[in-house]
Write a protein that binds this ligand. Structure first.
Ligand code: GAP
Length: 469
C-alpha cells in the first residue's frame, strides 16, 4: 500500500479504541494515571488472540520449545546478577524552574536531530550544554546535567516497610526463564538447542510519555530464551530472524512497513553481543520505532546467575560429551506494540455513499481473521421473533461447532450494524432476512470487499471455516 494512501493516524486509532471498547485510559474517572491503560471488551479479545496465536506458534507447535509461567516478584539478588540494578537506567534531566523531567536522549534526538542512543550522561550533558536547550515545558534554560535513573519499580515484602525485604517488579520476563532453566533441564525433556517461552507482565518506570500504548509503565512481553551450543549461536540467530518475519506475516502485517535494524556496538545492552530490532513505520510524527528485539545474550545471564547463586548451571551435552554454559538467543515481542501495530496496519478508510446517496466514509479494520475479536456477526434484519429465532440458532450452531467468538447484533438499522462490524474488524456479517424463512439461506457480507452472497443455512460453518481456518 502506498504511503500517500495511508489512512491511519494515532489520533484516529486512539478515538476508535475508546469509541468501540478496545482501549480505555487507566483510572479515567479519577482523572487518569499517566501511561496506564485498560483494555475493553474488544481489546481483551484482540490481546488474547495475539497471545494464544504466539503461544501456539512458538511454544506448542515446536518440538524444541517448552513454556514457563514465572512470577513477577523474584529474589532481589536476581536483578543484581542480571545487571539491572546497576545498568537498567534512563538518562534524565530535570528543569530547575518548573521541575518537569525528561529523557535526555529523547530530548536531544527530538530537538537536535542527533542519534543519542547509547551515549553516556556526560556526553549527553555536553550536547545539551552546547545547544543551550530550553525546557520544553516552561521555556527557561534551566535544565540540569543528565543523570542515570533506575527504571525498576520497587516494593516491599513484609508488614513493616522499614524492615521488609525490598523487591522489584520485574522489568523483563526473561530472568524467570534463566533462573528456572536448571529445573527445566532436570525434568529431562529438553536437549540443546531448545527454547523456553513465556508470556507475562513487565514493569518499567518510563518517564517519556508513550504514544498511546507504545510505551507503557506496565506492559506484557512474549519472550523466548533459546539455549544453544556456543558455536551454533550465529547460525541459529539467523533462523530466528526468519521465524520473526514469519510471525509478522502470520498476524497479517504489511511487510513494507517493517524493517530490521542492526544495533551499533555502543547501542548494545549490557548483556548482548549482537542485537537487531524489528522496527515498524508508525504514522508521523513517530516514524520507524522498535517493535521487537532479537539479541544474542551469550552466556552472560547464566554465568552471572551461576556466580551470584553459587549453583552449577552448566549443561552436559551428551552428543559431544562436554559440559558448558549454553549461549542464549532471545527473540522478544511486546503485546501492546503488536496490538497497536495490528490496529494501525489494518485501519483503512473508503469513500462510499450512504443509503441516501450522500458521500460517506467507511472506516474498516482489515484485521487478519486470526486475530479479529469476532470472526462473524449474526444480524437479524429486523427485531422480529421469526428472524431472531433463526439468528440465534445460527449463533448457537457456530458456537457449538467452532471455537470462534461470534457477535450478535439486532439493534439499529442494518447499514449502521455493518459499519460497526467493519470498524471493529469482524470479517463476516451473516444477515437473516425474510427470504431466509422461504429459502433457508442467509446473506453473508465480506468486510473487505462488501460483496454479498447467499449461503444455505447448513453451509455457514463450512463457509466460515474455509475462510478463517
Ligand atoms: N528481555 C529483553 C528485553 O526486555 P527490550 O527491548 O527492553 O528487551 C523487549 O523489550 C520488547 O518489549 C520490546 O521490543 C517491546 O516490544 C516491548 N517493550 C519494552 N518496553 C516497553 C514499554 N515500556 N511499553 C510497551 N512495550 C515495551
Amino acid at each position: 500500500m502506498a504511503e500517500t494512501t495511508r489512512a491511519a493516524t494515532m489520533e484516529k486509532i486512539v478515538a476508535l479504541s475508546k469509541r468501540r471498547g478496545f482501549v480505555f485510559p487507566g483510572s479515567e474517572i479519577y482523572g487518569g494515571l499517566a501511561n496506564t491503560w485498560d483494555f475493553g471488551p474488544l481489546g481483551a479479545e484482540l490481546r488474547n488472540n495475539i497471545k494464544q496465536l504466539w503461544w501456539r506458534t512458538f511454544v506448542q507447535r515446536r518440538r524444541d520449545m517448552v513454556g514457563l509461567d514465572g512470577g513477577i516478584l523474584m529474589h532481589p539478588r536476581i536483578w543484581e546478577a542480571s545487571g539491572h540494578v546497576v545498568n537498567f537506567n534512563d538518562p534524565l534531566v530535570d528543569c530547575k524552574t518548573c521541575k518537569a523531567r525528561f529523557r535526555a536522549d529523547h530530548l536531544i534526538e527530538e530537538k537536535l536531530g542527533v542519534n543519542a542512543e547509547g551515549k553516556t550522561p556526560d556526553e549527553l550533558t555536553a550536547l545539551l550544554k552546547d545547544a543551550n536547550l530550553p525546557c520544553p515545558k516552561c521555556g527557561n534554560r534551566t535544565l540540569t546535567d543528565a543523570r542515570q535513573f533506575n527504571m525498576m519499580f520497587r516494593t516491599t515484602i513484609g508488614p513493616v516497610e522499614e524492615t521488609g525485604v525490598q523487591v522489584y517488579l520485574r522489568p523483563e520476563t526473561a530472568q524467570a526463564i534463566f533462573v528456572q532453566y536448571k529445573n527445566i533441564v532436570n525434568t529431562g525433556r529438553v536437549k540443546l538447542p531448545f527454547g523456553i517461552g513465556q508470556i507475562g507482565k513487565s514493569f518499567r518506570n518510563e518517564i517519556t510519555p508513550g504514544n498511546f500504548i507504545f510505551r507503557d509503565i506496565e506492559f506484557e512481553q512474549m519472550e523466548i530464551e533459546y539455549f544453544v551450543r556456543p558455536d551454533e549461536a550465529p547460525e541459529l540467530f539467523e533462523t530466528w530472524i526468519e521465524a520473526m518475519w514469519g510471525w509478522i506475516d502470520l498476524i497479517g502485517i504489511n511487510r513494507d512497513r517493517v524493517r530490521v535494524r542492526e544495533h551499533a556496538r555502543e547501542e548494545l545492552s549490557h548483556y548482548s553481543n549482537r542485537t537487531i530490532d524489528f522496527e515498524y513505520d508508525f504514522p508521523a510524527p513517530m516514524g520507524w520505532k522498535e517493535l521487537y528485539g532479537l539479541a544474542n545474550r551469550t552466556d552472560f545471564d547464566l554465568s552471572k546467575h551461576q556466580e551470584f547463586s553459587g549453583e552449577d548451571l552448566t549443561y552436559f551435552d551428551q552428543p559431544t560429551g562436554t559440559r558448558f554454559l549454553p549461549h542464549v538467543i532471545e527473540p522478544t515481542f511486546g503485546v501492546e506494540r503488536t496490538m497497536l501495530m495490528i490496529m494501525l496496519d489494518a485501519y483503512d478508510e473508503e469513500q462510499t455513499t450512504d443509503v441516501n446517496g450522500k458521500a460517506d466514509t467507511r472506516v474498516v479494520l482489515r484485521l487478519s481473521p486470526r486475530v479479529a475479536p469476532y470472526k462473524a456477526a449474526i444480524l437479524p434484519l429486523a427485531k422480529k421473533p421469526e428472524l431472531t429465532e433463526v439468528a440465534w440458532s445460527i449463533f448457537n450452531q457456530i458456537e457449538a461447532e467452532t471455537n470462534y467468538l461470534v457477535d450478535y447484533d439486532e439493534t439499529g438499522n442494518i447499514g449502521k450494524r455493518y459499519r460497526r462490524a467493519d470498524e471493529i474488524g469482524t470479517p463476516f456479517c451473516v444477515t437473516v432476512d425474510f427470504d431466509t424463512l422461504e429459502d433457508n439461506a442467509v446473506t453473508v457480507r465480506d468486510r473487505n470487499t462488501m460483496e454479498q452472497q447467499r449461503i444455505p443455512l447448513d453451509g455457514i460453518v463450512a463457509f466460515l471455516r474455509e475462510r478463517i481456518g
